[in-house]
Design a protein around this ligand. Structure first.
Ligand code: AMP
Length: 513
């Protein structure tokens, strides 16, 4: 792991990494690292080839009366903590390096930057947006990791990415708390023991909001009143603001719906602390709650058009899809986009006649199909068996492997909006192969996806998978694909080769016909 302090050196490193086709993840921090920061690092390591953590106490986001001068700084300790994660680079520039003499350009954001944190800390989001944009330009990450702890900041960054058409996917990770419930923060170090005890009222008032919402209370004012009582019970705790807001524009709500955020900022002695909770049905995991909040109505409806059959354009469109970025990528690595591997593995798109559609990303990204040149694992072996190919070289001559569900959505509840976006990407991808004449559809979710989104069939009329597939183990149909100008395509539906207990007999001879 290397420590880089110069902007030009950092730029050169990422240029080199990107030229090797590796993905870059950025974890921006102000140092004084703790378990919250490290959860972002872990997530980034799971999803990116190369991870850069930045450690920079950004003067531009502190007000004149704030704690810039005494903010905790210990780069050696931070470096040691990060070295356990085998990161590639720690980028820790000086303030002069980031804001050299003559610096005068700042990012101004709209209404979101003037409320709550923005109202309490004038100029804060101007400083945040400016430094984040600078870091994105210097590090050029594919993915950047932020914490739910600073929810408003994450939304401001999402707006920045959206409004300025930045080519980075944002990932938001749940709040990490100490055992007593206090959200971990670098500023907790300022708290004296009695203040620390009093500050527990902050997380307790959020727990109270959750309990009330879970018990069916949906009157926002009643919940706020109760939260206030709990918070005031903390000795010496002074409320800065407290609100129940919708997760998109941060407008106050009067009724609670899933995804509403309870926000609190309070002073305990001289220390200002913030915390929040996403309200949702009881038993919902933190990741699902984040997904609920982030997949609330889309930030934008602008549709970019794909000009013709152009692999580069599709790659960029899919990588830059803000609809996907609106869906939190928690737990699972992003399902791999076949488009990312086109250049390396498919110099001649015309040679591909069959698209294989089905889940294939494993929990470990380094185990995934294209990234690993189809190195045999349980899925790959069974897939080659099913298709009757000897190995990756033969596979990529005739087949491409892609998926209908890949908006990083995990768990059984994949929002319809996510499915629509994924299927749009799938349709765009299939258009890249002019001689495509066959689809092999692996398993139930791909079957449902293909029926609904490629063949435009009404979900009510789609047979259950088990009935459809019957005892033969696979089914063939010939169908016109609307997205391929109605061209007739052979479709083979079969069991997923490694999910579930059923195997389909080899399709090799049917495919050869
Ligand atoms: P900071 O160093 O405070 O600027 O934080 C850097 C990143 O870590 C931000 O995206 C924060 O939201 C995130 N972060 C800070 N505290 C926590 C926490 N307790 N849990 C999860 N993420 C956190």
């Amino acid at each position: 792991m290397r420590l880089i302090t110069s902007v030009s050196e950092m730029k050169a490193i990422t240029r080199e990494v990107r030229s090797r086709g590796k993905s870059v993840g950025l974890v921006p921090t102000m140092g004084a690292l703790h378990k919250g920061h490290l959860s972002l690092v872990r997530q980034a390591k799971q999803q990116c080839d190369v991870v850069v953590a930045s450690v920079f106490v950004n003067p531009a986001q502190f007000g004149p009366d704030e704690d810039y001068g005494r903010y905790p700084r210990d780069l050696d300790k931070d470096f040691n903590l990060l070295s356990a994660y085998n990161l590639d680079t720690v980028f820790s520039p000086s303030a002069d390096e980031m804001y050299p003499e003559g610096f005068q350009t700042f990012v101004e954001q709209g209404p979101l930057s003037g409320i709550y944190e923005g109202a309490s800390r004038p100029g804060h989001f101007r400083g945040v947006a400016t430094v984040v944009l600078k870091l994105f330009n210097i590090v050029q990450p594919d993915m950047a990791y932020f914490g739910q702890k600073d929810f408003q900041q994450a939304l401001a960054v999402r707006r920045l990415v959206e409004d300025l058409n930045l080519n980075v996917r944002l990932v938001l990770c749940p709040i990490v708390r100490d055992e007593d419930g206090l959200a971990i923060s670098s500023r907790n170090a300022y708290l004296k023991p009695a203040q620390r005890k009093a500050s527990l009222a902050i997380s307790q008032c959020l727990r109270r909001a959750e309990d009330l919402a879970h018990s069916g209370e949906c009157d926002a004012q009643k919940i706020l009143d109760e939260m206030c009582c709990v918070l005031r019970a903390g000795p010496g705790v002074k409320i800065d603001y407290m609100a129940l807001v919708n997760p998109v524009g941060f407008e106050p709500v009067s009724r609670i719906t899933a995804g509403v955020i309870a926000l609190v900022a309070a002073r305990v002695g001289p220390v200002r602390l913030i915390d929040n909770a996403i309200l949702g049905p009881p038993g919902t995991s933190p990741e699902e709650l984040l997904q609920m909040a982030l997949s609330a109505p889309a930030v934008t409806t602008a549709e970019a058009r794909i000009p013709g059959i152009d692999a580069e354009a599709v790659v960029h469109k899919i990588e830059g899809c803000r609809d996907c970025a609106a869906i939190s990528t928690i737990l699972l690595p992003p399902r791999e986009f076949m488009a990312g591997y086109l250049k390396r593995d498919y110099p001649d798109l015309g040679s591909v006649r069959t698209a294989v559609i089905g889940r294939h990303t494993t929990a470990r990204p380094d185990n995934s199909f294209y990234r690993n040149n189809g190195r045999p694992n349980r899925f790959v072996t069974a897939l080659y068996d099913l298709l009757g190919v000897a190995g990756f070289a033969e596979f990529k001559q005739r087949f491409i492997l892609t998926d209908v569900i890949r908006c990083h959505a995990s768990g059984p509840r994949i929002p319809d909006k996510a499915m629509h976006n994924c299927s749009r990407h799938l349709r765009n991808e299939l258009c890249l192969f002019p001689n495509l004449d066959t689809l092999v559809v692996l398993g139930e979710d791909a079957y449902l996806g293909v029926q609904r989104f490629l063949l435009d069939r009404d979900s009510g009329g789609i047979q259950p998978f088990a009935t459809f597939i019957g005892s033969r183990g696979w089914v063939e149909e010939q169908a016109g694909l609307p997205s391929l100008d109605g061209r007739s395509i052979r479709i083979f539906y079969c069991h997923h080769p490694s999910l579930g207990y059923q195997r389909s007999p080899s399709l090799a001879s049917a495919l050869a016909k």
